[in-house]
Design a protein around this ligand. Structure first.
Ligand code: GLN
Length: 234
């Protein structure tokens, strides 16, 4: 049996800041090492998104203009995106994508764009400032350190039911105040990490790949395959 992972690249033609598509390339890179096929498809404006058609999703970052365009289309996909998330399928949402999964995003001009409230964080405006630079965090659960690059004006505050992807060791993270970075809900990861996060953090990528596979093939024992893939980090 050849296993495969079907990736939805949400608004990949509009939301792809700093090569967030590299998350998909990285997934394919590790999947090839264990003979798993990865297919991907951009799901953009006016396209149907059906949760059952995909096993993994990437929603990249974007400029405020693109976010405004995407915000108008998102209500059409809201129910299926929430279904996808609640089915425990991995979704990597970066920066602008992360903001849009939450309650709202206030852009640099003060315009409030509604999110889809798939997660309970919200994003306020920073006044004439951006958080730009390299970032390093530590994941509380695994102790692993993740590296990336952030560039955002929005400042994000987590909902009560969300926990952070990690504690900020270097850089700003969600809001520059509470030392949190990113948000985790089921297998959905919101993060400010470009770089992209999966290319730079092999442990994280491999973990997310096996989450997708275990979810899709619940009866398969992945113990052996897990020993065949080695994480690379930059
Ligand atoms: N436009 C958003 C902000 O400035 C997201 C930026 C990004 O995706 N890099 O906060």
């Amino acid at each position: 049996m050849t296993m495969n992972i079907r990736v939805a690249h949400l608004y990949g033609d509009l939301m792809n800041t700093y090569g967030d598509i590299g998350n998909i390339l990285t997934l394919r890179y590790y999947a090839q090492q264990i003979g798993v096929e990865v297919t991907d498809q951009i799901i953009s404006l006016e396209d149907d998104f059906r949760a059952d058609d995909f096993d993994f999703a990437v929603f990249g970052g974007g400029q405020d203009f693109e976010q405004m365009v995407v915000a108008k289309d998102l209500p059409n996909k809201k129910a299926e995106i929430i279904k996808f998330i609640e089915q425990n399928k991995p979704l990597i949402a970066v920066c602008g994508g992360y903001q849009m999964l939450g309650k709202y995003y206030v852009d640099a001009s003060g315009r409030k764009l509604p999110g889809i409230s798939a997660m309970n964080h919200y994003t306020e405006q920073q006044h004439e400032n951006r958080f730009i630079g390299d970032i390093e965090i530590q994941n509380e659960v695994t102790g692993q350190k993740y590296h990336g690059f952030e560039n955002h004006q929005g400042i994000t505050f987590l909902g009560d039911d969300e926990h952070a992807l990690g504690n900020v060791l270097k850089g700003y993270g969600n809001n520059g105040e509470d030392h949190t970075e990113g948000a985790v809900h089921k297998n959905t990861i919101g993060t400010y990490f470009h770089g992209p996060i999966m290319a730079r953090n092999g442990n994280f990528s491999i973990h997310m790949m096996f989450e997708a596979l275990q979810n899709k093939y619940p009866d398969y024992d992945f113990t052996d395959l897990k020993t065949k893939v080695k994480p690379e980090s930059y």
